[in-house]
Ligand binder design. Structure first.
Ligand SMILES: [Zn+2]
Length: 196
């Protein structure tokens, strides 16, 4: 079963809460054209702080996301996909009895989908959603395509280990495109995968 809901604030742009309207790569318009796309938002909690801040965020259309995957080495891709599939197979988040879609999404975004760690325990995490136009897809039952998801820093670090040096360079080039990452976080992001 796949539900669609209005894109919640957590996946809107800081600080205006406006929707992401363009693909970061090809600049295609996403809302009016009712295109399918991914949103990725990365949060960090600076040492000693209680509040998370957004490190980077972007929307990427499905065509560009597919193209990015095509640029990854086959080995990296296979390793990444099986790591994700294994992690998500352990994801036992259930629908609450008093199912209400928007509330469920909030609840789902409280834990890393791969490790189960609560986000309060993480200094860094990424949130990923599949959207179309102004709607976000919520797929609670599909084992490998559960969306939206949170991936915690430790799981991302494990994932990064699986990538080939070429793929890591590719990821860094993509991140340069996003720009605006504060220098103190740059090292953290080195070689990190994007668009999982
Ligand atoms: Zn695009």
């Amino acid at each position: 079963m796949i539900y669609t809901i209005d894109i919640p604030p957590a996946f809107r742009q800081d600080p205006t809460q406006s929707l992401h309207t363009r693909c970061v790569m090809c600049e295609k318009e996403l809302i009016e054209s009712n295109s399918p796309y991914l949103i990725e938002k990365s949060y960090v909690k600076p040492l000693g702080m209680a509040v998370y801040e957004t490190l980077f965020e972007y929307a990427i259309c499905m065509d560009c996301a597919v193209q990015m995957r095509a640029q990854m080495s086959r080995e990296s891709l296979q390793r990444m996909d099986s790591f994700m599939a294994e992690g998500l197979a352990q994801d036992h988040r259930q629908l609450p009895d008093d199912f209400e879609e928007a509330a469920m999404v909030d609840q789902w975004l409280q834990h890393c989908a791969l490790s189960g760690q609560p986000i309060e325990a993480l200094t860094e995490y990424q949130m990923i959603a599949v959207c179309q136009g102004d709607q976000m897809m919520v797929s609670p039952d599909e084992a490998h395509q559960r969306m939206p998801i949170v991936i915690g820093g430790p799981a991302i670090a494990e994932l990064t280990e699986l990538l080939s040096p070429e793929t890591r360079e590719e990821m860094d080039r993509f991140r340069d495109l996003l720009g605006g990452v504060p220098p103190e976080w740059e090292a953290l992001l080195q070689g990190r995968p994007v668009v999982v």
